[in-house]
Design a protein around this ligand. Structure first.
Ligand SMILES: Nc1ccn([C@@H]2O[C@H](COP(=O)(O)O)[C@@H](O)[C@H]2O)c(=O)n1
Ligand code: G3P
Length: 320
């Protein structure tokens, strides 16, 4: 804004840009159920949450894009209906007047292999994996991690990454059911088959992106289906090698916020380096008529997540 005396000021109340967020829709055309621990799951209603999210995002007229943090359909979806269910959910995302950036979650992989999912979700995959970055404004860079890069689900049974994941699970989790954390202590409870890890090449790629964003004075937002900080989620939900990923991230002051899904009740923490970790509340666990989605206003010095209903609002002010 230019003033009469020639002094110009910046309007700090206006965001640089804004984007929509939603996670764990886990749609399936099946009756309501519950998680292993008894938390109710509303498989048919969750797509209505997404429908209301798209209406709200469009009504704001200011959102540049939206991000889906994974698990668009549920593992209980009958497998002959997987493709239809994915397309039903994508049709709803298409009603949003802007691009949607997707990531892969475990439930996506229970339904379809990676080579089917990646094109359906239009995930840019220059490295054959599902990690990528984009820059919606010169000041910011978004990094989308592939949390199931090393995983016992999604790759062919004879793929080296399946073997690597199974070896790790065998060494860390003695239970016959590799999804069971029984007997595992503390943070070791993350070594469950429904989680995964970021592989070596992806870690090197991440390091390169963070070097480049530092050179270009860009702030970085990390997006990952699996949470990266024990303060923001239960141990059972964490990325297997979250420490290795955070060791890379902590070398750079450019990273300000990490967003995740997967841990359905949501969470928030600020880590030892001042990075904000916000795990988003799941659409799947919204009882009929309730919602969980939001939009994020991005400023030079902070992010403001405005959540709807079960998604809590969070202001994340950067420490430097
Ligand atoms: N405390 C737990 C949690 C889960 N499991 C196993 O994981 C499967 C998926 O869990 P959901 O929460 O998504 O239902 C579940 O079927 C169990 O096999 C577990 O053993 N202990
Ligand atoms: O969405 P699910 O079924 O993979 O559940 C994930 C758990 O809530 C993580 O603790």
């Amino acid at each position: 804004m230019a003033l009469a005396n020639g002094v110009s000021t910046v309007d700090f109340k206006k965001p640089l840009f804004s984007f929509g967020v939603i996670t764990d829709v886990q749609y399936a055309d099946i009756p309501d159920g519950h998680s292993f621990l008894g938390v109710p799951r509303f498989y048919r209603h969750s797509i209505q949450v997404l429908q209301r999210a798209a209406v709200k995002w469009n009504s704001l007229k200011t959102l540049k894009f939206s991000i889906n943090f994974g698990d668009i359909i549920d593992g209980f979806c009958p497998k002959d209906k997987s493709l239809t269910a994915v397309n039903n959910v994508l049709d709803e995302f298409d009603k949003f007047n802007g691009p949607v950036y997707h990531m892969i979650g475990n439930h996506c992989l229970y339904n379809l292999p990676r080579d089917k999912l990646i094109p359906l979700l239009k995930i840019p995959s220059p490295y054959g994996c599902a990690y990528y970055d984009f820059s919606p404004s010169p000041e910011y860079r978004f990094v989308v991690l592939d949390a199931y890069d090393i995983s016992a689900i999604g790759w062919a049974q004879d793929h080296p990454k399946t073997s690597l994941a199974m070896e790790l699970l065998q060494s860390k989790n003695p239970n016959a059911d590799k999804n069971s954390p029984v007997g595992l202590l503390g943070l070791e409870k993350r070594f469950l088959m429904f989680n995964g890890a970021v592989g070596k090449e992806q870690l090197e790629w991440l390091d390169g992106v963070l070097q480049d964003s530092t050179k270009n004075e860009q702030k970085v937002i990390i997006c990952c289906h699996l949470p990266l900080d024990p303060g923001a989620a239960t141990p059972e939900a964490l990325l297997w090698n979250y420490e290795e990923v955070m060791e890379v991230i902590h070398q750079y002051e450019s990273v300000k916020v990490c967003f995740a899904g997967h841990a359905h009740k949501g969470g928030y923490s600020v880590d030892s380096h001042g990075i904000h970790h916000r795990v988003l509340e799941a659409a799947l666990e919204c009882p009929p008529g309730s919602d969980a989605f939001g939009h994020v206003d991005v400023y030079h010095d902070r992010l403001l997540l405005s959540g709807t209903d079960r998604m809590a609002s969070t202001e994340m002010v950067f420490i430097s």
